[in-house]
Write a protein that binds this ligand. Structure first.
Ligand code: 5GP
Ligand code: MG
Length: 183
């Protein structure tokens, strides 16, 4: 039922910690350099937002700098809304201080075709003009249909289109874990 385990509970914690270190290193957010852009994490609901909060906590723990966190509901920006099952609108929250001139790190649980990220880029445009945008995903399962790649990847998982990644997070599911399921 749960499928083949790709990341155990403790693997998920370690993976998020590693991604936090990589974000600190690549963005130099703790450099103290006034020319370095302010880092803002923006999660794509639901689990992307939860991951953004986790990453922010680890980044603060490791660097002493707590990035602002926001959330971007991309439902309205999907170009294939009609082919998707209806789901209620999820909240967008603009991070403290906005995104103007910030280095925005979009955060999501799974990267697949890239269409969600493309929509998120459209959504960001309505919030302001960041200096740069990067992408962090816990799982990259392949099958991209657009020229989009992640800057930070927890785990690359080659999948068949018929398979499905199940991402469990403590805040929603009582425990952490990533599983590969056959449809
Ligand atoms: P894309 O837009 O890149 O095709 O799909 C990415 C979005 O759909 C993400 O927000 C992600 O949550 C969801 N998604 C796509 N494939 C999977 C999957 O196999 N498992 C899970 N849990 N989410 C997926
Ligand atoms: Mg999603």
């Amino acid at each position: 039922q749960a499928g083949r385990e790709l990341l155990s509970d403790s693997d998920v914690g370690r993976t998020i910690a590693r991604m936090a270190h990589q974000i600190i290193e690549k963005t130099a957010l703790d450099s103290g350099d006034p020319h370095v852009a302010r880092v803002v994490l923006i999660g794509i609901p639901t689990r992307g937002t939860t991951l953004a909060h986790r990453l922010a906590g680890r980044i603060e723990e490791f660097s002493g700098v707590r990035p602002a966190i926001g959330s971007l509901d991309i439902t309205l920006y999907r170009d294939d809304l009609r082919s998707k099952p209806h789901r209620p609108l999820e909240r967008t929250s603009v991070p403290e201080g906005g995104i103007e001139d910030a280095l925005v790190v979009l955060v999501d649980d799974v990267l697949f075709s890239g269409r969600t990220v493309r929509s998120a880029l459209d959504g960001l445009r309505d919030l302001g003009r960041p200096r740069a945008v990067q992408l962090a995903v816990l799982i990259d399962r392949g099958h991209r249909e657009l020229p989009i790649r992640a800057d930070y990847v927890g785990k690359n998982v080659p999948t068949a289109r018929t398979e499905d990644i199940s991402v469990l997070l403590r805040e929603h599911d009582g425990r952490d874990g990533v599983y590969l399921r056959q449809e």
